[in-house]
Design a protein around this ligand. Structure first.
Ligand SMILES: Cc1cc2nc3c(=O)[nH]c(=O)nc-3n(C[C@H](O)[C@H](O)[C@H](O)COP(=O)(O)OP(=O)(O)OC[C@H]3O[C@@H](n4cnc5c(N)ncnc54)[C@H](O)[C@@H]3O)c2cc1C
Length: 366
């Protein structure tokens, strides 16, 4: 019996399990490791922050998916990978071996220690959930008021999350004046079309957000009562470096065209945790598109068949929700936004996101 070990409940592994549930691979013992059975879909995280969706509505149920694929789900977290010994070490102290390993563990954010005020880091998502729920509960109880939300980072996640958090907190405490601020070292939304950037800037201004581009975050300038929204660029997990697997300068797993770790054909890595050459943006669309290739290649590797190449797409559609019933769309230099179109784009985004999650719904008893 060969051992296939899937680490992380990422977008690509959801597709691997769905594919294996449809067409089982005989003679293989599949184990999935994830810190929780519910894996949030990042595209809907801002909608959950805004209160549009319940947390359960934005998640893929990996327990059901694993069951359908005949896999064992282990609720735990990898702390170290030893490629030479073909073993992963878990937070619980247990060790798991593999014949074939696949890593889809996303990326993380490491805010500096000792930041002033309350801090909400957008990653890891499991910790974000706990921190946001706790903060909302304290605000609902009338706890120490938040009078300013300051987002650090000017990418799509930072902008969406800032608008969502402001909308939710203002709705929760309507009598309170809550200021908004966004600080970014670079430009605002550098990957978006110029029209989309203008529309996002206008949405931020309508929400009363002061935008400071080309500015480093200065912890000394954070007033009391602030909530810091940490949304800087994706970082690799610290344990990736000590794994014995090839990593890039930034610490992400380097992979070849077939998504295998360089020099370790028994290990695959996909999504944010992997580094393609040249590097791809850390966006869920790439993890999603890698999924079917990964499923095919894991199946092929288990039977010593030839592997398929993954070809990254050129450019991708960004749908950015502005927490006011509108969204904007951007691809290349093309964009869609505005009072009426923006409403339609929001409904379109909602439909795309819900349809993606529906692909992983396992019927009861399935
Ligand atoms: C607020 C926000 C909004 C975003 N919106 C979009 C969007 O609209 N469109 C878009 O394309 N991109 C978006 N992104 C980027 C997107 O989140 C990532 O690029 C995408 O999630 C990467 O997918 P993944 O499958 O690699 O990893 P993930 O979806 O992050 O999954 C990683 C999984 O690994 C698990 N894991 C992590 N560490 C361990 C460990 N040590 N042991 C075991 N399991 C572990 C995690 O719990 C998780 O289940 C957004 C990001 C954020 C923060």
């Amino acid at each position: 019996m060969k051992k296939l070990l899937l680490i992380g409940a990422g977008h690509a592994h959801a597709q691997v399990l769905a594919a294996f549930a449809q067409a089982p691979v005989p003679g293989v013992q599949i184990t999935v490791v994830s810190p929780s059975a519910l894996a949030p879909y990042s595209g809907m995280v801002p909608g959950w922050l805004a209160g549009t969706y319940a947390f359960e509505d934005i998640c893929i149920d990996f327990a059901a998916l694993a069951r359908a694929a005949g896999a064992r789900l282990v609720i735990d977290e990898v702390q170290a990978v030893d490629a030479a010994a073909r073993t992963v070490h878990l937070a619980s102290g247990a060790g798991l071996g593999w014949d074939l390993l696949s890593l889809n563990v996303g990326s993380t954010l490491l805010p500096p220690q000792g930041l002033p005020g309350q801090v909400l880091s957008l990653r890891p998502l499991g910790r974000l959930r706990a921190a946001w729920d706790e903060l909302l509960a304290s605000q609902a109880r009338g706890g120490a008021p938040i009078t300013r939300v300051l987002a650090v980072g000017g990418g799509a996640a930072g902008v969406e999350a800032l608008l969502a958090v402001l909308a939710r907190l203002r709705a929760l405490r309507p009598g309170l004046a809550i200021a908004g601020e966004l600080v970014t070292r670079g430009e605002l939304l550098p990957a978006l079309a110029p029209g989309a950037v203008r529309a996002a800037r206008a949405a931020l201004q309508r929400a009363g957000v002061e935008i400071r581009t080309g500015t480093d975050f200065d912890a000394q300038r954070v007033p009391a009562g602030s909530l810091l929204l940490w949304a800087t660029g994706a970082q690799a997990h610290a344990w990736q470096r000590g794994s014995g697997l090839a990593v890039s300068e930034r610490g992400f797993f380097q992979v070849n065209r077939q998504l295998q770790s360089l020099h370790h054909p028994d290990v695959f890595a996909v999504g944010d945790c992997a580094e393609w050459s040249p590097p791809l943006p850390k966006a869920g669309v790439f993890a999603v598109r890698m999924g079917p290739v990964l499923a095919t290649n894991l199946r092929a590797a288990l039977s010593d068949a030839p592997l398929r190449d993954y070809t990254p797409q050129h450019g991708f559609l960004v749908l950015l929700a502005t927490a006011d019933g509108h969204a904007l769309a951007s691809r290349g230099r093309w964009s869609l936004h505005g009072r009426w179109l923006g409403r339609w784009v929001w409904r379109w985004k909602d439909h795309i996101d819900r349809s993606f999650l529906a692909r992983f719904q396992v019927p009861p008893g399935g």
